[in-house]
Design a protein around this ligand. Sequence first.
Ligand SMILES: [Zn+2]
Length: 399
Amino acid sequence: MTAAVRRLRRALVLALLGLAAGGAAWAQAAPDPLEELRAEADRTLALRNAELRGRLGIVLRYAERLRQTGDRKGARQYVDRVLKLDSWAMDAHLMVAEMTREEGDAAATEKKANWLLEHAESDGVRTGALHLLERTADTAIPDIERVPGESVKIVLIPIGAVDVLLLKAAAEQVMRRLNYEVVLQRAGLELPRDAETPLRAYLDDLRKRFVPLLDTPEGDAALAATSRGRAQLEAEEVFLLVVRTWLEQQARWRELADLEARLETDYRPRWSADTMLRHFASVLGPHGRPNVMYVGVTRADMHADARRRSGPVFGWGGREVAVMTYGPFLSARSGEKPSWERLVARTTKQIICTAGSAFEIGRCGNAKCPMRVVYDLRSLDQKGYDPCTRCAEQLRRRY
Ligand SMILES: [Zn+2]
């Protein structure tokens, strides 16, 4: 490609992005990206508290760049300011722990890493904390295949991006409580496209403008950095990840900050539980067997819109196939202090309950029984782990 063609493409990209911003000017990429990032970080820190939501990521990106250039002192100042504004910014805590190790303070690093493991809920922060303790984090899941044997098994399959370390920890707990083998398999399932969100028109517009821009070397670079292919852009979660990566690679900090703030404050996508279940069941056809219960797991919000109930649900399902979400259990959604133990406990109980609906053991009214279907966190926390006499009897009779 000649330089002239590249310039022309670049001009086209900028023009289209101008439209994508809804008329607001998308600034030309800066000559010195780090300087521009500093300006955006400082601008963010000067905002009023009410305007900060979803914007602190930019400040952390600047701190990370400073750290990469060896300026730990400068990085620390920015991280401390983030933590002052959001004392549970776990990415910021991880960065502090990593800088503590770089300074050679092994005891303080270990203490901070263990503290992170008590609280951190995401794969990203937990993996970082485990590395600090020289432990490995296994986030690999084998591809879907026919499960051998005739014994009863529960197969957990991610729908969209999930925290694998959480699913592995919860699967272990379920095995301990139910005596069924629980395995994780990957079917390459993204979230269905049609979520309800107040940002629907904005996102559809962004997609219309942005997808043609990916036919450029810059677009290829963004796709490569996310290890995604063009076909996966249909999924909104993937699309937004690629857009954000593109903006970051192009050092378009203001646009990136505006998009992230918009997603944080207004996105609130929710999926129809029936749609999610149909979407999930569609990949299972050749794998289905009577002794295998398939549970699709997502972090997306699900909403029932049908006969049985209307409103948010944690799980939804029928014979041998069910879907569940752990999204509402996350501290970021519930507004609680982050706790790994609580998140694993809730997810474990929900897997047992959702598997129960795939086992078709019927409704249970016992508030302590994990098979009881609940719709709020308080009732979920009240449940125990061991099935009540009636449910245990039902399970024995069927399986
Ligand atoms: Zn029961």
